[in-house]
Design a protein around this ligand. Structure first.
Ligand code: NAP
Ligand code: MG
Length: 502
């Protein structure tokens, strides 16, 4: 593969943080296995790009089955020897707090690396991705000492209690939309419970996970507790999901790959948790405060260029306020500043890759063909970079493909509805069930609709609120298992029941 150095120079020249530049210039990135950085056994590397400029940021090791095998051996050894699973909870907590502190100390550098690799606005990377990653590690650090078993009222001749034990070696496969944050959602609870991990970042955005790997070594976690294998889905990813000595796989990404992973897990019946896509309904009643609902709904769909699994892409608006809402949404959306994520004025960066860019452009054409009305956007940006303008399709029918399929780009569909019942019926008429929102000043209606919506998260008069304290996950084909909150501990522990004859 072509040497990336000249482009790294120019990509790096855009970087404002010298630390980010140093990391990118340090040469091809390696895999983290057993506490050491090693080249992929095949010697292969692949390029990662800056989607705002299409320049190569750097070369990254292309791990495959042979490397996953090594990583599993290292993770198994670390797990069985107990230098992580059997240390005291306060000690394990200190490691997680240290990782959180290191993320904060390197916040600017990490945000810049995230922006360069993924395209997102740096202001948002700093405030949401990096801050959220630190908070997630800190939150799960707090759990280390609070993972309790129970004593049970068994027969008086017996003493019965339960132990919560780590599952073992965990494979974690993550997507490109929130690379560092997704790594923290996966690593935080797995590590808190005493597991060891093989993490596979997305091929489009491996950079911050690798920098996090360095910080994890700086925090002096024992060798083999966290292994990072960069590479492709078929290869690195499939070797994880098929591996006979991996006890659990956690996956975030497309429903299509989620199904492949679930099938692959049957080999050794490893546990699986899946956080897949969505086509989330965002319901606006006429009594909603439009001053809040319009910008809230706009960011609900355009945040992170629409590359958000819980994006509120189907905006249902009651007929009485449909035109007014559309007008205001169109006006606000036209005012969104799109540009290079490093520019502090940027509200929306490019899409992550050429593939995603082509896919989203395809949906823009499809929406027009299906008869939806473009009120703003509807086309790509000009010049270099994978930019697509914030787009609103009005007069959408819930049966159109643009209302049924996950687009994963800055494309909103507004759909009129008659009454509360109609809103709930249409809102639930989807194969997905990740999130939903309702905007109304009527407290009773808000709670009633929140109950009626089949989604893992429901927001009332807000959108995209996430906090490590609260569970996140899907109904229906949005997956199963709950990440975040104490519920994630269920994913990463086994329960053992012990009977003692008295
Ligand atoms: P994807 O293929 O599902 O990628 C997610 C992760 O799975 C990546 O690390 C990927 O590796 C890995 N992977 C791919 N094939 C695999 C396999 N056979 N076995 C094991 N792991 C595998 O998602 P994508 O192709 O990047 O994006 C496609 C669509 O998925 C998007 O347009 C969007 O609709 C949806 N998506 C959803 C989320 C979410 O948060 N729920 C996130 C991203 C994308 P590679 O990086 O090498 O492909
Ligand atoms: Mg990239």
């Amino acid at each position: 593969m072509a040497a990336a150095t000249p482009s790294v120079e120019s990509a790096g020249n855009r970087a404002r943080s010298s630390a980010a530049l140093d990391f990118l210039k340090a040469g091809p990135k390696k895999l983290l296995i057993g506490g050491k950085w090693v080249a992929a056994k095949s010697g292969k590397t692949f390029e990662t790009l800056n989607p705002a400029t299409e320049e190569v940021l750097g070369l990254v090791g292309e791990g495959d089955k042979a490397d996953v095998d090594e990583a599993v051996k290292a993770a198994r050894k670390a797990f069985e020897e107990g230098q992580w699973s059997k240390i005291g909870p306060h000690q394990r907590a200190r490691y997680l707090f240290k990782i959180a502190d290191l993320i904060e100390q390197h916040a600017d550098e990490l945000a810049e690396l995230e922006t360069l690799d993924n395209g997102k606005a740096k202001t948002q990377a700093l405030a949401i991705d990096v801050a959220g990653a630190a908070e997630t590690f800190r939150y799960y650090g707090g759990w280390c000492s609070k993972i309790y078993g129970e004593t049970n009222p068994s027969d008086p001749s017996m003493f019965n209690y339960t132990l919560r034990e780590p599952v073992g070696v965990c494979g974690q496969i993550i997507p490109w939309n929130f690379p560092l944050l997704m790594a923290s959602w996966k690593l935080g609870p797995a590590l808190a419970c005493g597991n060891t991990v093989i993490l596979k970042p997305a091929e489009q955005t491996p950079i911050t996970a690798l920098r996090l790997g360095e910080l994890i070594l700086e925090a002096e976690l024992p060798d083999g507790v966290v292994n990072i294998i960069t590479g492709f889905g078929p290869g690195a990813g499939s070797s994880i999901s098929e591996h006979p000595d991996i006890d659990k796989v956690a996956f975030t990404g497309s429903a299509e790959v989620g199904k492949i992973i679930l099938k692959a897990s049957a080999g050794n019946l490893k546990r699986v948790s899946l956080e897949l896509g969505g086509k989330s309904p965002n319901i606006i009643f006429p009594d909603a405060d439009l001053e809040q609902a319009v910008p809230g709904s706009m960011m609900g769909v355009f945040f992170n260029s629409g590359q958000v699994c819980c994006a509120g892409t189907r905006i249902f608006v009651q007929k009485e306020v449909y035109e007014k809402f559309n007008e205001q949404l169109t006006k606000f959306s036209a005012g969104m500043t799109m540009g290079d994520g490093l520019d502090p004025k940027t509200m929306m960066g490019p899409l992550v890759s050429k593939e995603q860019f082509d896919k989203v452009k395809g949906y823009l054409e499809l929406g027009k063909k299906e008869g939806a009305r473009v009120t703003v956007g509807g086309e790509a940006g000009s010049g270099k970079g994978y930019f697509v303008k914030p787009t609103v399709f009005a007069d959408v029918n819930n049966n159109m493909r643009i209302a049924r399929e996950e687009i994963f780009g800055p494309v909103a569909a507004t759909i009129p509805f008659k009454d509360e019942n109609d809103a709930v019926l249409q809102g639930n008429d989807t194969t997905y069930g990740l999130a939903a929102a309702v905007w109304t000043r009527d407290v009773g209606r808000a709670h009633k609709v929140a109950r009626a919506l089949k989604a893992g998260t429901v927001w009332v008069n807000c959108y995209n609120m996430l906090d490590p304290i609260s569970p996140f996950g899907g109904y229906k084909q949005s997956g199963f298992g709950r990440e975040l909150g104490r519920h994630a501990l269920e994913l990463y522990t086994n329960i053992k029941s012990v009977y003692v004859k008295l």
